[in-house]
Design a binder for this molecule. Structure first.
Ligand SMILES: [Zn+2]
Ligand SMILES: [Zn+2]
Length: 178
């Protein structure tokens, strides 16, 4: 079970999602072409014929079977896309260490809107370590993954200041002189 979970999570979902979107676009184009060039012309001919003879229109075998196949493809692709997208967001939340299971459910519930919300939340509470590029808490003094110092220590009062700060926010000591 654990092995299965690991394998499930090791996939590159960005790529899977891209391929599924291309496949869905393809099915959509085929469906439109089918409707314009087969279904509508058939319905038109049948309509005239049915009006004259008072027979109820029934789609031909071709229209019936093709509609069923296209519909089934669309449903399967869309379901796979929805699941892949949710796992993709789960992985993103796991990398940023922000309650991945919550984001999995939010993605299952509202798909791409959950991603927008996630990106906003992540930009508020996390930042990238300049050394290893992984997400760390904004308040962290050292990167928990690679040990890189993320803040500068004031030698006067011992307070930590943001990287790039010129003066200590607590005692006003010039941080450049050290
Ligand atoms: Zn790091
Ligand atoms: Zn200070």
């Amino acid at each position: 079970m654990n092995n299965f979970k690991e394998r499930l999570l090791s996939k590159d979902y960005g790529k899977t999602i891209r391929n599924l979107v291309i496949a869905m676009a393809f099915v959509a184009i085929v469906s439109v072409l089918f409707i314009v060039f087969f279904a509508i012309p058939e319905l038109r001919t049948a309509n005239t014929y049915c009006l004259e003879t008072a027979i109820i229109y029934e789609p031909s075998r071709l229209v019936e079977v093709t509609s069923a196949i296209l519909g089934l493809c669309a449903i399967i692709l869309f379901t796979l896309y929805w699941i892949a997208f949710s796992i993709y967001l789960y992985k993103k939340a796991k990398d940023a260490d922000i309650i991945p299971i919550l984001w999995l459910f939010l993605a299952l519930y509202m798909n791409i809107f959950a991603l927008f919300a996630f990106l906003i939340v992540r930009s508020i509470i996390r930042e990238k370590c300049p050394e290893c590029q992984r997400y760390v808490k904004k308040s962290d003094i050292y990167c928990k993954y690679c040990g890189k110092e993320l803040k500068i220590k004031c030698h006067e009062c011992g307070e930590y200041a943001e990287k790039g700060a010129e003066y200590c926010p607590k005692c006003g000591n010039d941080l450049e002189l050290r």
